[in-house]
Design a protein around this ligand. Structure first.
Ligand code: NAP
Ligand code: GDD
Length: 376
């Protein structure tokens, strides 16, 4: 069976791609970078099934070692500093990883085994200030952030290595895709998490930036299928992958509230816009969430992917929001329940110290009985 190496395996897409490849019988290696606290929560359930290798995309020697150790048939490069807003604060780091890191992947392939097939995670941010509507593989680039510029460089260097060395290297130009595993700093998860907490009475309001921006949103599970299909093609190339539907941030907010039975109404404009549910303020706008340059409108023309890969998204915009919002609601409810329980049990009298293992001394009766059940 084939072997795959995934960089960015600890991220949203990496975790879903690892699940997909494992289900197809692949041996999966995942590159994880060292951190002082655990960064593997999204792949905890896969740890017994995958082989973790350590390294860093911005370090050529580590990439050469990792490629030599794993010698994969397919190499999926998903690692990046992927948060657009952050890229203005850390432009150099963003470029080192998101742009130059791709050279390290390609050089490692060239030196160790040029037959390795390579997938590069391209982005609709490369289109930025869009020059055609919708965007396809021929739409010119106009990136609007250090992140977008880095992805354009990455795209062009992949093309160059394909043409210079005949490497089977492809780019998936993927439009926004989200999930229950999406990072909390991205607008979709910030909204679904906030909506869930408002419904539970744990938070009063959500504060956002530009609500007029339009994105072509899908579910990550569908998009990792496209990554795999791209590497199964006899001829490498570039593929635009998106749903072909654009929605504003405001529409996303509305649907997320609706998913939990709340009807949000908006009043005011720009920075003064506000959102209300049953007369209560639940949403406001703050300048701090606006970007120095915005990407206003992204919408994909994925006809090449549909024709050649046979790819089409399965999870709709509304289903995506319902999945994310319900997940956050259940998760926050459980967390809150557990916290309340711990706070309550802290008040109970403490158990006698003799005759109980050292590990569980000082706990309340209820905490103790739960731990004993686990220990059994
Ligand atoms: P993500 O959740 O932010 O994951 C990024 C991954 O890159 C994480 O595993 C992160 O590791 C890793 N990483 C960052 N810097 C690294 C370094 N120096 N060395 C090694 N690994 C490093 O992103 P995602 O949403 O899964 O996206 C996956 C890829 O697709 C990214 O390249 C992104 O730019 C691109 N993309 C995403 C979308 C989208 O809508 N999701 C659309 C188009 C393109 P840690 O866990 O240690 O931070
Ligand atoms: N993050 C965030 N937070 N965005 C906000 C907020 C807020 O409070 N308020 C409004 N927005 C707007 C942003 O200005 C942007 O127009 C839109 O919501 C989406 O922002 P993000 O969710 O941060 O995603 P992104 O579109 O900038 O980038 C994502 O998609 C790209 C593909 O188009 C990332 O996943 C990139 O890595 C990916 O390449």
């Amino acid at each position: 069976m084939p072997t795959a190496l995934i960089t960015g395996i600890t991220g949203q897409d990496g975790s879903y791609l690892a699940e997909l490849l494992l289900s197809k019988g692949y041996t999966v290696y995942g590159l994880v970078r060292r951190s002082s606290t655990p960064n593997t929560s999204r792949i905890e359930h896969l740890k017994e099934k995958i082989k973790i290798v350590t390294g860093d995309l911005s370090d050529l020697s580590s990439m050469v070692t990792v490629v030599a150790e794993s010698n994969p048939d397919e190499f999926y490069n998903l690692a990046a500093q992927s948060f657009v807003a952050e890229s203005w604060r850390t432009p150099y780091t963003t470029a080192s990883v998101t742009a130059l890191g791709v050279i390290n992947c390609l050089e490692a392939i060239r030196k160790i085994n040029p037959k390795i097939k390579f997938y590069q995670a391209g982005s609709s941010e490369q289109f930025g200030k869009v020059q055609t509507v919708p965007q396809n593989e021929s739409t010119p680039w106009y990136p609007r952030s250090p992140y977008g510029c880095s992805k354009v460089f990455a795209h062009e260097i992949v093309r160059n290595y394909r043409e210079s060395y005949g490497i089977h290297a492809s780019v998936g130009i993927l439009f926004n895709h989200e999930s229950e595993r999406r990072g909390i700093e991205f607008v979709t998860r910030k909204i679904t998490h906030g909506t869930a907490r408002i419904k539970l009475g744990l938070q009063k309001k959500i504060t956002l930036g530009n609500m007029d921006a339009k994105r072509d949103w899908g579910h990550s599970k569908d998009y990792v299928e496209a990554m795999w299909l791209i590497l199964q093609q006899p001829i490498p190339g570039d593929f635009v992958v998106g749903s072909g539907e654009a929605h504003s941030v405001r529409e996303f907010v509305k649907e997320s509230f609706l998913a939990l039975g709340m009807n949000i109404s908006f009043s005011g404009e720009g920075i003064n816009e506000k959102g209300y549910v049953d007369g209560e303020l639940v949403l406001e706008i703050s300048k701090e969430h606006f970007r120095p340059a915005e990407v206003d409108y992204l919408i994909a023309d994925s006809s090449k992917a549909e024709k050649i890969l046979g790819w089409k998204r399965k999870i709709s915009f509304k289903e995506l929001i319902s999945l994310m919002t319900t997940y956050d609601y259940e998760n926050e409810k459980m967390k809150n329940h557990t916290n309340n329980y711990i706070n309550e049990t802290k008040k109970e009298p403490k158990i006698k110290q003799e005759s109980i293992p050292e590990k569980i001394q000082g706990l309340s009766y209820s905490q103790n009985s739960i731990l004993r059940t686990f220990i059994k």
